[in-house]
Design a protein around this ligand. Structure first.
Ligand code: SF4
Length: 334
């Protein structure tokens, strides 16, 4: 069950005494956020607005909506990061899933014995950070050397985002395999792609563990194929995402300059939600490059070619007749 840290929300309201607040978070948490908003109004008698727009990460804070609503505090729920606040208005609130990993961790620890791994690194997303310690203990009982990668920037120790993998990447030489806690192919496959090491996903709900490297390879092939397909594109649309933590105008202008030097025609486009429907409106574009969230190009189906930042860097190299190597084997896909 997902648990929102309402105590922290109440402490902040008691201290700051706002006249109104707003709350946002990932889609799956919205029903819980509705309950929290009701509790705030019942206890403090103030307005609590739920921002119902998409909220993909700490890169997608929606402070513009909070400003429009005139609230004094915006609680961003469910994106546990190493920072407590953003500016004066945004307060980060943890939401943890209390599901137990004990059974699946034991199953995996026994199952991986055949692989002769000595050192394993544990990783997870924000919802399961609290379970890292207990899973570590279980694997140690089975004589594995468990290494926890250090956090960096917004990432806590052992934490990864869908585009940022510092705790995994920096451990590569010391570990034989990675184990990701959580039912997320999105996160575990990216660890496999960025490290090219055996990676396993522990699903606590079905109490199953699985290797994700085959799936990751298919995803990786798709990214490489898109880069080669884009080689012939003459007219390129560069999309700047308007979500505040994904806003990369400088990067977009750098790419524009490079593509123009390579003889391509470039159109600059700004968009909040980068979807197939929105892109299909634009005419005369052979390939899009989006400098917002790298997962947009990786995980969605688009009728037109859409490349992310690492794919674009590879495309530029190919156009310059340079080798591209393993261009997704980096710690941050931006
Ligand atoms: S993967 Fe996308 S949504 Fe997630 S942190 Fe990175 S930019 Fe934000």
């Amino acid at each position: 069950m997902m648990l929102i840290d309402e105590k922290k929300i109440f402490d902040v309201i008691n201290k700051r005494k706002p006249r109104s607040v707003a709350l946002n978070g990932p889609e799956g948490l919205l029903p819980k956020i509705q309950d929290t908003a009701t509790n705030i109004t019942n206890v403090f008698g103030i307005s609590a607005y739920i921002i119902g727009d998409t909220c993909w990460g700490s890169c997608d804070l929606n402070t513009h909506a909070a400003d429009m609503l005139g609230v004094e505090v915006l609680f961003n729920i469910g994106h546990t990061i190493a920072m407590e606040t953003f500016g004066k208005k945004v307060v980060m609130i943890n939401a943890y899933d209390d599901v137990s990993f004990d059974a699946v961790a034991r199953k995996c620890a026994v199952g991986l014995k055949d692989m002769k791994y000595k050192s394993i690194s544990l990783l997870t997303d924000s919802q399961h950070l609290l379970q890292i310690a207990s899973v570590k203990k279980i694997f140690e009982e089975y004589n594995y050397n468990i290494i926890i990668g250090r956090g960096k920037g917004q990432l806590n120790d052992a934490q990864v985002f869908g585009c940022e993998f510092y705790p995994a990447f920096e451990m590569q030489k010391q570990v034989d395999a990675y184990v990701f806690l959580g039912q997320s192919m999105f996160h575990s496959a990216s660890i496999a792609i960025s490290t090219e090491k055996p990676t396993y996903m522990l699903d606590p709900y079905f109490e199953e563990y699985s290797e994700v490297n085959e799936f990751a390879k298919r995803l990786q092939k798709k990214t490489i194929l898109s880069v080669y397909k884009a080689l012939d594109a003459e007219r390129i649309g560069i999309i700047i995402g308007l979500k505040e933590g994904q806003f990369a105008q400088v990067r977009a202008l750098e790419f524009k300059k490079l593509f123009e030097q390579l003889g391509k025609k470039v159109q600059l486009i700004a968009l909040t939600e980068i979807t197939d429907d929105r892109l299909n409106i634009f005419k005369g574009i052979d390939a899009f490059i989006q400098v917002a969230c790298p997962r947009i190009a990786l995980d969605n189906q688009f009728k037109k070619l859409v490349l992310s930042v690492p794919q674009t860097l590879a495309l530029i190299k190919l156009l310059k007749k340079e080798p591209i190597d393993s261009f997704m084997k980096v710690q941050h896909w931006l």
